[in-house]
Design a protein around this ligand. Structure first.
Ligand code: FPP
Length: 243
């Protein structure tokens, strides 16, 4: 009997050569909303809804690590109060929902970044989700919140100094172990929907050998079929890694 594959599209994706770790820069929520005459918060809501669909699809097809850039160190300092409040309220709803759903779905949740500066309620909801114990882990899901790649490297350097590590012991493996992604493989592919061709301070250390995929599709419309297109594209790349 022919085995039914979990993929949505007819693209010839090789299930044995899936990226282990996918990083996504969610971009285009506000433009998506403006095009429809909706508020910025509605755009972020649509983005969050799409994120849930993408996490489920990643689980279904067998991706083991997913990292999402949700909020940069600059975003929440530089955007209007109304927008930031809208994002915090959304985060609150989402984390409460995830707390209910994720242990049974096997989603192990991590935060990359410093969320200590967030309002108490949001911090509390995040901490409760982080504490979840799973029946069976299927995917590691990292959310970058108040995250910046340079900030992460500075944080690592400070911790290395605090731990009095001698210069002779400092190597790539050691530095990787001081980053927020400690113990996880580097991303194989970074996906940026939304039409911009930049990396915006995302996973600067970890993306050294990642394939970079850019798409014009705005994040709320970047669904499972778009994700499969990116994975298929990734599988056509010749990953020499310096060889
Ligand atoms: C990028 O689009 C999106 C953001 C800066 C915020 C995203 C935050 C959420 C969707 C909140 C939910 C978070 C989680 C973890 C579910 P943009 O606002 O830069 O859009 P634009 O490029 O069209 O201006």
């Amino acid at each position: 009997m022919k085995k039914i594959l979990p993929f949505l599209t007819s693209l010839k994706i090789d299930p044995k050569k899936l990226p282990k770790h996918i990083g996504i820069i969610m971009d285009g929520n506000r433009r998506w909303a403006r095009k429809r005459g909706l508020s910025v918060t509605e755009g972020h809501k649509a983005g969050a809804k799409n994120l849930e669909i993408i996490i489920k699809h990643c689980q279904k097809i067998g991706i083991k690590h997913l990292t999402i850039y949700a909020l940069s160190t600059e975003n929440w300092r530089k955007r209007s109060k109304t927008e930031v409040m809208g994002i915090f309220n959304l985060l609150l709803d989402i984390f409460r929902k995830w707390k209910k759903d994720y242990s049974s779905q096997g989603v192990k949740f991590f935060v990359l970044g410093n969320f200590q500066a967030f309002p108490f309620k949001v911090r509390d909801a995040i901490k409760n989700t982080l504490k979840l114990v799973l029946d069976k882990e299927r995917i590691k899901f990292n959310v970058a919140l108040n995250y910046g790649g340079r900030d992460e490297i500075i944080h690592a350097i400070k911790d290395i100094i605090k731990d009095s590590i001698p210069a002779s012991k400092i190597n790539e493996k050691l530095v990787s172990n001081y980053l927020y992604t400690k113990g996880q493989p580097d991303p194989d592919i970074i996906i940026r929907p939304g039409g911009e061709f930049r990396l915006s301070n995302f996973l600067l250390w970890q993306m050294s050998y990642a394939e970079l995929y850019f798409s014009k599709v705005l994040w709320p419309d970047f669904g499972p079929a778009q994700l499969e297109k990116a994975i298929y594209w990734y599988q056509q790349r010749d990953r020499r890694k310096g060889k």
